[in-house]
Write a protein that binds this ligand. Structure first.
Ligand code: NCD
Ligand code: ZN
Length: 347
């Protein structure tokens, strides 16, 4: 039985580190294990312009523990009015790594997202020209579409046409949640890659709703069926180049998670790389962890992999239940809090 594994330092290709007190509280959990992370722009107000990106990157860097070499990769929140010239400036100046599409009202802080897909075509044409990545929350929010079908319908209705219209545009379909999503990414690679979260490979909707409503399993896209979970798990652990790590770690204050209309998002950064290691180990695929966590993502983004390494060891520990947050937010509950985690990162 493998007791230790050393891999190139992983990156998190889909992460929410928020702002202010929440940023200061949650960022160290990612910086301890990851070299870089794509920091999502769905703040209030969102990171919409190069100037917003410069300011947000400075706030993230200021929240890092002293001596940390972690690098935040900032993204631009796409709206109906995004200016292609500003996007290009942000990319060329190294401020923006990519542009993020939230369909309006698909998820947390997406109200300012895209409502008219024709209006974003000039931005996409520019991104195709300059080699900038297009990051997508791939859900169709038409009220006629069942929430469990949002991903599959988005792929048919929006993504396939976009990839045909802009064949040179490199796309990331984020937090894949369905077998349809897995099959599509595989068929559209290498133009399209997909990130996979720890919770979509560990849980199905029966875990979430079958024995009482567990609000802490609520995230967007929602956790789906067992056959979806198995397809996602096989894709992640396969090591195939089109699938890579994106935790979607997304802390919310407890009161917002448990409100009558609860916030979507799970905070998993404190157990993220350990949970992936456990899954790969359970499936006899530890040998593919480095490809998924540290190599496939950089290759899809056209970036070099990290030079540093981390070592994971088979030593059980108990995950903390919650993270304290200064100020009015007070605390956020942690995914798997109180559970025994069989792998840990060697300090
Ligand atoms: C994310 C958040 O809380 O910002 N929530 C979620 O359910 N995943 C937003 C997102 O990535 O959809
Ligand atoms: Zn999302």
């Amino acid at each position: 039985m493998t007791q230790r594994i050393t891999i190139r330092k992983p990156d998190d290709w889909h992460l929410h580190v928020r702002d202010n007190e929440m940023l200061r509280a949650c960022l160290p959990f990612t910086a301890r294990a990851f070299g870089r992370a794509i920091c999502m722009p769905n703040l209030l107000p969102p990171v919409r312009t190069t100037a917003d990106g410069v300011a947000y990157r400075a706030r993230v860097l200021a929240a890092l523990p002293p001596g940390s070499t972690f690098l935040p990769l900032i993204t631009c929140y796409l709206t109906d009015d995004t200016d292609p010239d500003d996007v290009e400036r942000g990319f060329r100046d190294g401020v923006f790594t990519g542009v993020k599409l939230y369909p309006a009202n698909a998820t947390t802080n997406s109200a300012a997202g895209v409502t008219d897909y024709r209006k974003i075509e000039p931005v996409l044409a520019r991104m195709e020209k300059i080699g900038m990545r297009f990051l997508i929350h791939g859900e169709e929010v038409d009220p006629a579409i069942d929430v469990f079908d949002r991903e599959a319908v988005f792929i048919e209705r929006r993504l396939i046409p976009f990839t045909k219209m802009f064949p040179g545009l490199k796309v990331i379909l984020e937090h894949l949640s369905s077998k349809a999503g897995v099959d599509y990414v595989r068929s559209a690679a290498p133009q399209v890659g997909g990130t996979i979260t720890p919770y979509h490979i560990r849980h199905n909707r029966t875990d979430w709703l079958g024995w009482g409503n567990k609000p802490y399993f609520y995230c967007m896209p929602v956790i789906k069926t067992e056959s979806d979970r198995l397809a996602l798990r096989a894709a992640a652990t396969s090591g195939e180049a089109c699938f890579f790590l994106g935790t979607d770690s997304a802390p919310h204050p407890v009161a917002k998670k448990l409100a009558t209309t609860g916030a979507a998002g799970l905070f998993n950064a404190p157990v993220a790389i350990e949970t992936y290691a456990q899954v790969f180990d359970e499936d006899g695929k530890l040998g593919n962890l480095e490809a998924f966590a540290s190599l496939n993502g950089p290759r899809h983004y056209g970036l070099p992999p990290n030079e540093e390494t981390i070592t994971l060891e088979r030593v059980a520990w108990t995950a903390p239940e919650e993270m304290k947050v200064d100020g009015p937010d007070e605390r956020a509950l942690i995914y798997r809090g109180g559970e025994t985690i069989p792998w840990r990162v060697l300090a």
